[in-house]
Design a protein around this ligand. Structure first.
Ligand SMILES: *Cc1c(COP(=O)(O)O)cnc(C)c1O
Length: 392
């Protein structure tokens, strides 16, 4: 039997079928357990099947599943209120995926540009950036090769280099309406933007009446140790998108904007599942848990522990280094063997370790934000064994 023979091929997966998850742990159909440092790509902020989420799902599914996006529902209003209270933004649009939220940000910026900036519509993004997989978001992303994958691609997306303000100035034209940035480039390999650059970028965009869009799909909702990563860069973006950790495992995303950019007319934007109460109820439970000060203090502690442990592995195995912000971290290898380390880690016995390699020379670690100190230590010990197997 070839696993997945009925599926349209989209990626290479290991020959494992996962059947259960609890906290930091996944179990496969053979009963083997794995410590999971992938967590759905930084999605499961509270780990696998946390009671908080299963209860919110049960409660809301019995109460009201889907009244229609044409009507208000209470979880939609409550989650929007909570996100506004926590952030520098005034308005919220809920969606189902990061790419969809980012598309909404581009639409809102272009709407504003058509009204306030004489039709300015170009968006500047950054090389290596990742904003999702719709056609327009592939154009907005800076992944090499993506602009040629499905021609013709949507236009109006220019590229600059992260931490290079002159490259942003060169890309700006009178038609530029926004700059879109990941404050920590996740897919690119956990590349943290230089705070000085981000502040200069904020000043430049404000001066030119160009919007600053923060794609916090991966960095938002506690992942980096604060509710939103922008808080650590000393700037306020004009628009922000969230997804991944916001839903804690269910498809939920958000676009947030300041009041002055709240310029959609009724009918300009929407979607069948936008503001769905089932997902919004989960988002509300996640935000209330993760964005508490004591919870975020725990994220800082685990991040410091993980970072120190990774630095020890760097010394022990002669690696290049470790980096990151909060519990979004990367380990840089001296050679392009990250895929081998991922496979070796999964194959460890009696328990395996799940890792992610977004680049051939780099491992990305995105544990649950409530991972315990003992589980971090166990993960580091398993990683040590996998590195020894591959690198000797
Ligand atoms: C994952 C991700 C996206 C895309 O989110 P989807 O939910 O997969 O559409 C966009 N931006 C960033 C920074 C991401 O990490």
């Amino acid at each position: 039997m070839n696993l997945g023979q009925d599926l349209i091929t989209i990626t290479q997966r290991p020959d494992t079928v996962f059947s259960a998850g609890q906290g930091a742990w996944l179990t496969d159909e053979n009963g083997k357990q794995y410590l999971d440092l992938v967590q759905g790509w930084a999605v499961n902020s509270l780990g696998h099947s946390p009671a908080l989420i299963t209860q919110a799902l049960l409660r809301q599914s019995q109460q009201l599943l889907n009244p229609s996006p044409a009507y208000y529902n209470r979880p939609l209003l409550d989650l929007a209120e909570r996100l506004v209270a926590l952030s520098c933004f005034d308005r919220v649009f809920l969606a189902s995926s990061g790419a969809e939220a980012n598309e909404g940000a581009v639409k809102l910026a272009r709407r504003w540009g058509s009204r306030m900036r004489a039709g300015a519509h170009e968006i500047i993004g950054f090389e290596q950036a990742f904003h999702g997989r719709t056609l327009a978001m592939m154009s907005a992303s800076g992944k090499p090769g993506w602009s040629e994958l499905y021609p013709p691609m949507p236009g109006g997306f220019a590229k600059a280099r992260l931490n290079d303000l002159a490259s942003v100035e060169r890309a700006m034209t009178p038609r530029t309406v926004a700059v879109m940035i990941e404050l920590v480039q996740g897919e690119a390999g956990v590349v943290v933007a230089d705070p000085g650059f981000v502040r200069e970028l904020r000043a430049l965009t404000a001066e030119r009446r160009v919007l600053l869009i923060a794609d916090e799909v991966q960095t938002g909702i506690g992942r980096c140790g604060t509710a939103f990563a922008y808080e650590q860069f000393g700037v306020e973006p004009d628009l922000m998108t969230l997804a991944k950790g916001l839903g804690g495992g269910v498809p939920l995303a958000a676009l947030l904007c300041k009041e002055s950019f709240n310029c959609f007319e009724p009918g300009d934007q929407g979607g069948t599942f936008c503001g769905n109460p089932l997902m919004a109820a989960v988002g509300l439970a996640v935000v209330d848990e993760v964005c508490r000060e004591d919870f975020l203090a725990g994220v800082h502690q685990r991040a410091a522990q993980l970072s120190a442990g990774l630095r020890a592995l760097v010394r022990e195995h002669g690696l290049v280094g470790e980096r990151g912000l909060g519990l979004l971290r990367a380990l840089v290898l001296p050679s392009e063997r990250a895929g081998e380390v991922v496979a070796a880690a999964q194959a460890l016995a009696p328990v395996g370790l799940l890792l992610n390699a977004p680049r051939p020379h780099l491992l990305r670690l995105m544990p649950a934000l409530n991972i315990s100190a003992a589980e971090v230590d166990e993960g580091l010990a398993l990683l040590h064994r996998a590195l020894r197997e591959v690198l000797g």
